[in-house]
Ligand binder design. Structure first.
Ligand code: HEM
Length: 139
């Protein structure tokens, strides 16, 4: 067993859990409690944790991809995952940050629109699922 690879994979999976956990908590807060200025402050704090985890995913992901590039690079699912991570993930991040700023400024309409929170949750579930399918197909 390659211990370095195993440890990096464990960190990658824990990072995925943290990102999905934050996306889930953000969604539940929005749907059940609604977002006002107070919750907007809380969301900003937990999103910092998710941003750190996204950076960890990038570094550990590059290691996982580089050490098995022959399989990973030729797998179309990997490129779907990269598209979702870089393009869709960035777009969702920008939309949600802008929305949070509006909510903090007292915009009630922005507080009622939950699509950004749903998108964040569903896209990262999809990204993690693609990771698992890729790992399974290699096993
Ligand atoms: C640039 C970013 C990323 C890269 C380059 C990357 C790359 C990889 C690679 C190469 C694998 C291993 C696949 C295999 O063994 O064949 C993997 C697995 C995985 N990735 Fe990522 N990943 C990234 C971001 C993410 C993110 C953001 C998440 C979750 C939100 C995630 C969740 C997972 C999961 C759950 C696995 C499966 C681990 C397992 O079941 O063994 N990855 N990733």
């Amino acid at each position: 067993m390659d211990w370095v690879h195993t440890i990096i994979l464990i960190i990658h999976v824990l990072g995925a859990a943290l990102i999905i956990g934050v996306a889930f908590v953000s969604l539940v807060i929005e749907l059940k409690l609604g977002v006002d200025e107070q919750f907007a402050k809380l969301l900003k704090i937990i999103w910092k944790a998710a941003s750190a985890a996204l950076g960890i995913q990038l570094l550990t992901g590059i290691y996982l991809a580089a050490t098995d590039w022959e399989h990973v690079g030729s797998n179309p699912l990997f490129w779907v995952k990269m598209f979702l991570y870089f393009i869709v993930g960035t777009a969702i991040g920008i939309v949600n940050r802008k929305r949070l700023a509006k909510i903090k400024a007292g915009d009630l309409q922005a507080a009622k629109n939950h699509s950004g929170a749903w998108a964040g949750f569903l896209v990262f579930i999809l990204v993690a699922s693609i990771g698992v399918i890729m790992a399974e197909s290699q096993a």
